[in-house]
Design a binder for this molecule. Structure first.
Ligand code: 3HC
Ligand code: NAI
Length: 725
C-alpha cells in the first residue's frame, strides 16, 4: 500500500508508505488522492494528519520517473492545491526528512510539526531542476525572499531547529511526532485557515527587490559557472514577488521545461544515481563487499599531521570517532594539534551560529609521539610523506604494535598498496583510503583494494567513508589509482598546448568556461608544482638526467614537455612561492594574474626550439585535454581498475571539480558521441605517434564497433577484459 489511513478519534492519519524513502511515485500520488478524498468526505473526520512511514516523511518526487510518462499522471501540485484548499485543517507530521516534493507537500498543509532530528529542504537544484510543485512560490510567501532564496539555491537540508527559527515549522518535538501532530490538529479544528493557505498570501517585498535578484544571479553565475538550475531557481522566486501565485506557478513550469531541454538535469540525475551505485564490485574471490558486514570503527588513529592528516583527523572527530593523532616530533605534533583544534573550533562556531548544538568534542582527539598508544585502535590511517621506504617502515611497526585485527590504511596518492601490505602480518587488513585535499571538506574518498584485501576490510573502509559523509568509491590498485591516473594525459596535453602557442590563461579560461572549478594551470599552482617535479625526478624524467629545456621533439622516445620542470628549476613552485604559471600578490597569495614573464619565457622557448605555432580554438583545447583524460578512463575500465564508467564519473565529479551538470567525463563522452571522440583521438595519434596516451583505447574502439551502447552497458563490454585483475 503506497499510503494508508487510520482514524484517531476525529483525526484521520494518512501515512505515505513507499520504501526506502517514501518517494512520491505515481502509485503514492494515486493513493494520496484516494485517501485524502475519503478523509475529506468522511463526516466523522474533523482534521487530517499527513505522515510518512519508516521514520521518513518523504524524499520528494521519484527521480526515476522524470524521464517516463508516469510523471504526467496526477500532478503533485494538483494534490497540493487540494490539500491547501481543504476546509478541514491538515497538519504535516515530519519525521526524518521532508525534501523536494515531500517538503512542497508539507508546505501545502496548514501546519507543520517535526521531530528534532528531522531535516527539510528543496534540494532539486542539486539534480539540475527547480522545485516544481509550488515550492518556489510557497516558500517565499512563508519565510520571505532572502531566506527562501538561500534554502532553494543552495539546496541545503535545513535542520528542524533552524526551520523552526525561520518560521517553516510550527513546532519541533522530542517525542512521537505523529501524536504531537494529532494533538495540534485537534486544537485547530474550527479555526479560520485563510492565513495558513500560503498560495493566497503576498510575498514580503521591498522596492530594491530587482537589484537583489540581479545580484543573486551574478553571484550564482560565478559560483556555479555554467549551471542553469540555480539561475532558474532565482527567476522562479523573482516571479513569486512580481506575479500572482498562479502566474508564478506557470513560470515555475516553464523554467522546469527549459531546464529539462538543456540536458543538465539528465546529467545531474545520472550523477545522483551513480553516487549510489558506485563500487558495487565483484571480488576476484566471487564475493561482493556490499553483502559483507562491516566491522565497527570505535577508535581510529592518524599517522602524520601534515596537510592530509590534519583534515582526516578532523573528519574522524567530527563523526565522533575518538582519534589518536601521531607525529614524528614534538614540534610537528604541536603545529598539527593547533591546526586540528582550530579546524574543530571553527566548525563548532559555524554550527552554533546556525542555532545548532555541535556534538564534536575537541577532547576526542588525543595527540602523541608514541606508537605504543595505538595498541587498541580499530582503524589506522597513515598520512606520512609519499615515500615507499618510509611507508613500509611505518606499516611494519604498525603490524607489530596494533592489535591483530586492526585495519591498516594508507593515504598514499598512488603507491603500490600490495608492496606496502607485504611488510605486515595481515595483508588482508591493509587497504588504501585516498582522501582528497582538504580532507575535512572534499567529499571524495578512493578506497583502494590490494590483491589480498578482504571483503570485510573493503566493507569497513567503505562504511567508514559513509560515516564521515564522504562519497567512497572502490577502485583497484595501479599507479596513481583512478583520479590521478586520468589527470596525467590531461595535464600533458595542457602542457603541449603551451609549447604550441597557447598561454596558461587561454587553456584555463576554456576549461573554466566548460565548467571546471579551476583550469589545469591554476590547479597546478595551487597544489604546488614541486610535488610533481620531485616525482618526475625520482623517475629520471626531470632533473640532472635530462638536460634542462630539451624539448620533447628532440628526444628519443615519447614526447615529454619540460616546461613545468624549467619553472621549478627557477623556484616557481606556484601559489606558495608567489609565482608559478601565474604571478600572485605575495607568496601564498590567492589571486592569480597572468604573468608577462611566463609569456616571454614561452615565446623564447618556442623560438629557441623552432616550434611552429599551431592555430588553436577553445574547441581544440577541450578536445585535446578532455579526450586524453577520457581515453585513459577507457583504459582504466579495460584494466578492471574501476568497476564501471559511473565510478570514474563519481570520482571526477566529487574530487576534481568536474561540472556535475556534465555528468562526469565518461558521461560527457557519451553525450559528445564515442565515434567523435574516437575520430579525434585517432587523427591526433596519427600525427603524434610519440604521444601514447592519445592512442585510442581498445574498449573505446570496441564500443564504437558495437554501435555505442548506453553507458550502463559499457560494463558488460568490459567483462572480457577483466582478466587482468
Ligand atoms: N527518487 C527516487 N529514488 C530515490 C530518491 C528519490 N527522490 N531519493 C532516494 N532514492 C533512492 C536512492 O537511489 C537509493 O536507492 P538504492 O537503494 O536503489 O541505491 C535509496 O533511495 C536510498 O537513498 P540513499 O542511499 O541516498 O539513502 P540516504 O539515507 O543516504 O539518503 C536521502 C536519503 C537524503 C533522501 C537522499 O537519498 C537524497 O538526497 N535523495 C534525493 C532527495 C531529492 O533530491 N529530492 C527531490 C526530488 S525532485 C522533486 O521532488 C521534484 C519536485 O519539486 C516536484
Ligand atoms: P605533508 O608533508 O603535509 O605531511 C606529512 C606529515 O607526516 C608531516 O607532518 C611529517 O612530520 C609526518 N611524518 C613524517 N614521517 C613521520 C613518521 N615517521 N611518523 C609520524 N609522522 C611522520 O604530506 P601530505 O601532503 O599531508 O601527504 C601525506 C600523504 O597523503 C602522502 O602519501 C601524499 O601523497 C598523500 N596525499 C596528499 C595529498 C595532498 O594534496 N597533499 C592529496 C592526497 C593524498
Amino acid at each position: 500500500m503506497a499510503a494508508t489511513r487510520r482514524l484517531s478519534h476525529t483525526v484521520a492519519v494518512i501515512t505515505i508508505n513507499h520504501p526506502p524513502v517514501n518517494a512520491l511515485s505515481a502509485s503514492v500520488r494515486h493513493a494520496l488522492v484516494k485517501e485524502f478524498g475519503e478523509a475529506s468526505k468522511d463526516p466523522s473526520v474533523k482534521a487530517i494528519v499527513l505522515s510518512g512511514a519508516n521514520g521518513k516523511f518523504s524524499a520528494g518526487a521519484d527521480i526515476r520517473e522524470f524521464s517516463t510518462s508516469a510523471l504526467k499522471t496526477i500532478s503533485l501540485e494538483d494534490i497540493n492545491a487540494t490539500i491547501e484548499a481543504s476546509r478541514k485543517p491538515v497538519v504535516a507530521a515530519i519525521e526524518g526528512i521532508a525534501l523536494g516534493g515531500g517538503f512542497e507537500l508539507a508546505l501545502a498543509c496548514h501546519y507543520r510539526v517535526a521531530n528534532a532530528q528531522s531535516r527539510v529542504g528543496l534540494p532539486e537544484v542539486l539534480i539540475g531542476i527547480l522545485p516544481a510543485a509550488g515550492g518556489t512560490q510557497r516558500l517565499p510567501r512563508l519565510i520571505g525572499v532572502p531566506a527562501a532564496l538561500d534554502v532553494i539555491v543552495q539546496g541545503r537540508h535545513v535542520p528542524a531547529t533552524e526551520a523552526l527559527q525561520l518560521g517553516i515549522l510550527d513546532d519541533v518535538v522530542q517525542g512521537n511526532v505523529v501524536n504531537a501532530a494529532i494533538q495540534l490538529a485537534r486544537n485547530v479544528i474550527g479555526r479560520d485557515l485563510a492565513k495558513r493557505r500560503l498560495s493566497t498570501n503576498h510575498v514580503p517585498s521591498n522596492p530594491h527587490m530587482d537589484s537583489f535578484f540581479d545580484t543573486a544571479v551574478d553571484r550564482v553565475k560565478k559560483q556555479y559557472r555554467g549551471a542553469r538550475a540555480p539561475i532558474a531557481c532565482i527567476e522562479a522566486i523573482r516571479a513569486s514577488v512580481q506575479k500572482p501565485y498562479h502566474s508564478g506557478l506557470e513560470k515555475e513550469k516553464q523554467l522546469f521545461a527549459s531546464l529539462w531541454a538543456s540536458g543538465q538535469p539528465q546529467a545531474q540525475q545520472y550523477a545522483f544515481f551513480s553516487e549510489r551505485s558506485v563500487g558495487k564490485w565483484t571480488h576476484p574471490s566471487g564475493g561482493r563487499w556490499d553483502t559483507v558486514a562491516p566491522k565497527p570503527v570505535r577508535t581510529a588513529a592518524v599517522i602524520g599531521l601534515g596537510t592530509m592528516g590534519r583534515g582526516i583527523a578532523t573528519s574522524l572527530a567530527r563523526a565522533n570517532i575518538p582519534v589518536i593523532a601521531l607525529e614524528q616530533d614534538a614540534q610537528q605534533l604541536e603545529v598539527g594539534k593547533k591546526t586540528v583544534n582550530g579546524l574543530l573550533e571553527r566548525e563548532a562556531d559555524k554550527l552554533i551560529k546556525q542555532g545548532l548544538v555541535p556534538d564534536t568534542k575537541l577532547a576526542s582527539v588525543r595527540f602523541t609521539l608514541d606508537f605504543a598508544e595505538l595498541r587498541d585502535v580499530d582503524f589506522v590511517i597513515e598520512a606520512v610523506y609519499e615515500n615507499m621506504a618510509l611507508k613500509k617502515e611505518i606499516f611494519h611497526k604498525l603490524s607489530s604494535v596494533c592489535k591483530s585485527d586492526a585495519f591498516l590504511c594508507t593515504n598514499t596518492s598512488g603507491l603500490d598498496i600490495d608492496e606496502i601490505a607485504s611488510v605486515t602480518k595481515h595483508p588482508d587488513l591493509v587497504i588504501g583510503t585516498h582522501f582528497f585535499s582538504p580532507a575535512n571538506i572534499m567529499r571524495l574518498l578512493e578506497v583502494v583494494r590490494g590483491r589480498h584485501t578482504s571483503l570485510t576490510t573493503i566493507a569497513t573502509a567503505m562504511n567508514l567513508g559513509k560515516t564521515l559523509g564522504k562519497v567512497a568509491v572502490l577502485v583497484g590498485n595501479c599507479p596513481l589509482f583512478v583520479g590521478n591516473r586520468l589527470l596525467g594525459p590531461y595535464l600533458e596535453q595542457a602542457s603541449y598546448l603551451l609549447e604550441e602557442g597557447c598561454y596558461p590563461e587561454d587553456v584555463d579560461k576554456t576549461l573554466e568556461d566548460f565548467g571546471f572549478a579551476m583550469g589545469p594551470f591554476r590547479m597546478m599552482d595551487l597544489a604546488g608544482l614541486d610535488v610533481g617535479w620531485r616525482s618526475r625526478m625520482e623517475k629520471g624524467l626531470a632533473g640532472n638526467k635530462v638536460p634542462l629545456g630539451t624539448p620533447a621533439r628532440q628526444r628519443q622516445g615519447n614526447r615529454y614537455s619540460p616546461l613545468a620542470d624549467m619553472l621549478c628549476e627557477m623556484g616557481r613552485f606556484g601559489q606558495k612561492a608567489g609565482k608559478g604559471w601565474y604571478q600572485y600578490e605575495k607568496a601564498g597569495g590567492r589571486f592569480a594574474q597572468p604573468d608577462p614573464w611566463v609569456k616571454d619565457f614561452l615565446q623564447k622557448y618556442r623560438s629557441t626550439h623552432q616550434i611552429k605555432q599551431q592555430p588553436t580554438t577553445p574547441e581544440l583545447i577541450l578536445e585535446h585535454c578532455l579526450y586524453g583524460l577520457i581515453n585513459e578512463g577507457f583504459r582504466v575500465l579495460e584494466d578492471g581498475i574501476a568497476s564501471g564508467a559511473e565510478d570514474i564519473d563519481v570520482i571526477y565529479n566529487n574530487g576534481y571539480g568536474w561540472p556535475k551538470y556534465r555528468g562526469g567525463p565518461m558521461y560527457y563522452a557519451s553525450t559528445v558521441g564515442l565515434s567523435k571522440v574516437l575520430d579525434v583521438l585517432d587523427g591526433y595519434h596519427k600525427q603524434n605517434p610519440d604521444v601514447p596516451s592519445m592512442k585510442p583505447a581498445f574498449l573505446l574502439k570496441k564500443l564504437v564497433a558495437v554501435g555505442e551502447p548506453p553507458i550502463k552497458e559499457w560494463r558488460t563490454q568490459v567483462g572480457s577484459f577483466v582478466h587482468k585483475l
